[in-house]
Design a protein around this ligand. Structure first.
Ligand code: SAM
Length: 308
């Protein structure tokens, strides 16, 4: 067994830090879009589907009054979803200074000029930091434990090295309340490319970490990311008393939850409900293909709940 607290063997090398910085700079540089720009995006339907999946997940697993830790919270696009779930406390952390700044502005109520809304009903703490490097149990000692730890569309950034993947899980486990070019492919809106070194070295290497690819998604992402071999992620999470209780990719997710009238209605309200030809959503075939890349999952911390 490795020592997750780091006895020196998992010290980060400089390139890992440089890549984390690159990811941060990429997201920091993305400015807020107007409503019109957003609607004109070539991946607007994919964005709406992803929003729907996040909304349903949050509704499925959040109870009124829950304390929520949102790792890699971005610009706070999910604040409204947490508000609707009537959470009691929210801590959002993101590595991108620009995104956390936008998140603060949104939380304070003066960002969404096109969507004026009342102040959020829960207190929040918004922090700029690297969730996969920092000891969050120390940073958040006064805020823990949390009932929910959410990490949306960002867990793969932790998988650049074993140390970071372990730090991510150690952070989650420590803060959650118990109970609670070688290869390229894509389509018109995305491409994934593995480095040359990947095919030679990584396929034969025994390490499941650091399998880097470049992900490009039109109007959204263009930066290095890492493959997460899911069965190993699940096994690693088990080591931290985090049990996999839910896993579905977006296609399965849609087919399962579009059987329920309230979620069909939610998708209609979010503007992602289609006419039912290829799939139940408004996504183009290329967007629908991208949706297949994403996996929604939930981990539960083992143990007896200490509240009813
Ligand atoms: N969770 C938000 C959402 O669903 O709207 C944002 C998702 S965005 C695709 C990915 C986010 O991960 C970016 O905001 C990025 O800055 C953040 N991120 C990447 N690496 C991170 C790290 N090491 N620590 C904290 N945040 C990180």
């Amino acid at each position: 067994k490795h020592n997750p607290e780091g006895d020196g063997q998992f010290l980060e090398d400089e390139s890992t830090k440089i890549f984390a910085r690159k990811v941060a700079e990429h997201y920091s540089a993305r400015t807020n879009q107007t409503l019109e720009q957003r609607e004109a995006s070539v991946i607007i339907h994919l964005k709406k589907l992803n929003n729907w999946i996040k909304s349903v997940l949050i509704q499925l697993y959040t109870r009124r009054g829950d304390a929520v830790l949102d790792l890699a919270c971005g610009k706070g696009g999910d604040l409204i979803k947490w508000d609707k779930a009537k959470v009691g406390y929210y801590v959002g952390i993101d590595i991108a200074e620009g995104s956390i700044e936008d998140c603060r502005t949104r939380y304070n109520g003066d960002a969404d000029h096109h969507q004026r809304r009342k102040k959020f009903s829960f207190p929040a703490r918004l922090i700029c930091g690297d969730c996969y490097e920092a000891r969050l149990d120390e940073v958040l000692a006064d805020d823990a434990p949390f009932d929910i730890c959410s990490c949306q569309f960002a867990l793969h950034y932790s998988w650049s090295t074993e140390a970071r993947a372990r730090r991510a899980l150690a952070n989650i486990s420590a803060l959650l309340r118990p109970g609670a070019d070688g290869l390229a492919f894509g389509n018109s809106i995305y491409w994934i490319r593995f480095d040359e070194e990947f095919s030679e070295k990584k396929f034969s290497s025994s390490s499941p970490f650091g399998i880097k690819y470049k992900f490009h998604l039109e109007d959204a992402v263009d930066c290095p990311e890492w493959i997460v071999p899911f069965h190993l992620f699940k096994a690693l999470a088990e080591e931290y008393d985090l049990e996999l209780v839910f896993v579905k990719n977006s296609h399965e997710f849609v087919h399962e939850y579009m059987k329920k009238p309230e979620y069909i209605e939610l998708m209609r309200r979010l503007g992602a409900l289609g006419d039912g030809n290829q799939d139940p959503t408004t996504l183009s075939p290329d967007e629908w293909e991208v949706a297949y890349l994403y996996l929604a999952f939930v981990l539960r911390k083992r143990g007896q709940p200490d509240r009813t």
